[in-house]
Write a protein of this length. Structure first.
Length: 336
C-alpha cells in the first residue's frame, strides 16, 4: 500500500495523462478527417517558385543528417493568384538529407505542378494530399499517444486500488508492458514485411520510364555502443550506405527517387561493398525506372527484389522471440 499523499499524486498524474491522451486522440482524428477531406480537394495548375533544402540537425552518435525541405509555389483560382509553401499537412517537412534532396529534386524551380486547394478557402493549399505531410505529422503524434497510454495504464491500478497488482510470483503487472510493446513491434514488422512483399511482387509488373542517375555517393553511418559508465562509449563502428538518386518523368511531371529496391536500405560493413553498388550506377548513366502506376513517386531500379523486403521480418523475429521470452520469465519466475 502507499501513503494517502502518494495516492493523491498518483491520481493527479493519472488525470493529467488522461487529458493528454484524449487531446492527442482528438488531434489525430481531426488530422485524419482533414486528410480525408483534402484528398477530395480540386487541383489547379501551379508553378514552383522556390525549392530549397536547409540542414536541420545532425545525430551526434550516428552522424546522420536531417534537413528541412522548403518548396514555394504560385497558383490561380478564379482569376486570383495565391502562393503556398506546404508540401503536405505538416508546416515543416523534415527528413533524412538524402530523402530531402530527392523530394526537392521533384520540384525544381519553374516546374509546372498540380496544386490542391480548399474549395471554400482557396488560399489553403498543398502539393501532396496523400504524401509527405500526413505521415510526417501523424507518426510523432501516434508514438506520443502510445507512450503516454502505456504510462497511464501503468499508473491506473495504483491510482484506483492504491497498490500495483502482481503475478503469483510477485512481478508487478506493469512490468509486462515493455515485452508486450516488443511483441507489438514484432507484429508491426510482420505487417511491414507482408506489405513490402506484396509491393515487391507487384513491382515486377510496374511500367518503366527512362531515368538518369543524378547522384551516387557512399555515406558513413556511425554506430556506438554505450559503456558501463554513463556517457561513455565502449565501442564505435562504421557502416556504409550506398546513396543513389535518379530522376525520371511520368507524363509531363518529373520525379526523383532514391530506392534501388523495395524495403529497408542495407548497411555494409566494408566501404568497398557500398562502392561496388555505386559503381553500377555512375552519375549521368541512363537507367530504367520502374514506378507504381497508382503512385508514380514510388519507384525502384530493381523490381521484385527480396533483400530489403526480408529485413522487417528478421526484425520481427528477433523482437518477437525476445519479448515472448521475457513474458514467459515474468509470468513463471518468483520475484521478491
Amino acid at each position: 500500500m502507499i501513503s494517502p499523499q502518494q495516492l493523491l499524486w498518483a491520481r493527479i498524474a493519472t488525470g493529467i495523462l488522461a487529458l493528454l491522451i484524449v487531446n492527442q486522440a482528438v488531434g489525430i482524428q481531426r488530422l485524419r478527417r482533414k486528410a480525408a477531406k483534402g484528398r477530395k480537394w480540386p487541383s489547379t495548375k501551379g508553378e514552383i517558385i522556390a525549392s530549397d533544402v536547409q540542414p536541420y540537425s545532425v545525430d551526434d552518435e550516428t552522424g546522420d543528417e536531417r534537413s528541412c525541405v522548403s518548396i514555394g509555389y504560385s497558383y490561380a483560382v478564379k482569376g486570383k493568384t495565391y502562393k503556398g509553401d506546404r508540401i503536405g499537412w505538416s508546416k515543416k517537412t523534415i527528413m533524412p538529407t538524402p530523402a530531402a534532396l530527392s523530394l526537392s529534386a521533384r520540384y525544381p524551380v519553374g516546374a509546372s505542378v498540380p496544386v490542391f486547394h480548399d474549395p471554400d478557402k482557396p488560399g489553403s493549399s498543398l502539393l501532396e494530399p496523400r504524401g509527405q505531410g500526413r505521415s510526417a505529422t501523424m507518426m510523432p503524434m501516434v508514438l506520443f499517444l502510445i507512450v503516454v497510454s502505456v504510462i497511464e495504464i501503468s499508473l491506473l491500478p495504483l491510482a484506483l486500488l492504491g497498490y500495483n497488482p502482481t503475478t503469483p510470483g510477485g512481478m508487478p503487472l506493469f512490468g509486462f508492458f515493455l515485452p508486450l510493446a516488443g511483441l507489438a513491434m514484432a507484429i508491426g514488422g510482420v505487417l511491414s514485411y507482408l506489405r513490402l512483399r506484396r509491393m515487391a511482387v507487384a513491382s515486377r509488373h510496374w511500367p518503366k520510364a527512362a531515368g538518369k542517375i543524378i547522384s551516387a555517393t557512399v555515406s558513413t553511418v556511425h554506430e556506438h555502443e554505450r559503456g558501463d559508465t554513463e556517457g561513455t562509449i565502449s565501442r564505435a563502428t562504421k557502416k556504409y550506405r550506398a546513396d543513389i538518386q535518379y530522376a525520371y518523368r511520368v507524363g509531363e511531371r518529373g520525379f526523383a527517387a532514391a530506392a534501388i529496391t523495395l524495403g529497408w536500405t542495407p548497411l555494409y560493413g566494408l566501404a568497398r561493398d557500398a562502392e561496388a553498388v555505386i559503381a553500377k550506377y555512375p552519375v549521368g548513366a541512363k537507367v530504367d525506372v520502374y514506378y507504381d502506376p497508382a503512385n508514380p513517386e514510388v519507384a525502384v531500379l530493381q523490381p521484385g527484389g527480396k533483400d530489403g523486403v526480408l529485413t522487417p521480418l528478421i526484425f520481427a523475429i528477433v523482437f518477437g522471440v525476445g519479448s515472448a521470452l521475457f513474458v514467459w520469465v515474468f509470468a513463471t519466475m518468483r520475484f521478491g
